[in-house]
Design a protein around this ligand. Sequence first.
Ligand code: ZN
Length: 128
Amino acid sequence: MKLSRAERQQIENEMIFRRANEKVGTDLDDLDAMHRKDGHFNLVRDENLILHFKCECSDENCSVRIPLLLTEYRAIHLNRNTFIVKTNHQVDMIEKVVMVTPTYSVVKKNNSTPEPSDVLNITSINNS
Ligand SMILES: [Zn+2]
């Protein structure tokens, strides 16, 4: 199945949001490593710290945050076709919901597209 331009743009937006979220995790790891190196063990992050990840839906203007443990976030994203979105932020045309929790849904892409550049696409989706 070939993706329309609009569909591809929506998927790309989700990938860009996911990349931003993943950077949060990597930055925290770097910070922890620095604290350990400096002997500041009290500053090393608690494993149970809740982070507020960006909603990974395809609306480029969506600013919803999803509270989640970093370990949970990483477990979900071991599959590169999955994204976390606020409940009801999924777009049925490009993805399907594979898991629902009280605060967020996990969606899986119907199609995969290559990882995009860092520029968000303008779409007709509006979750506000
Ligand atoms: Zn959203």
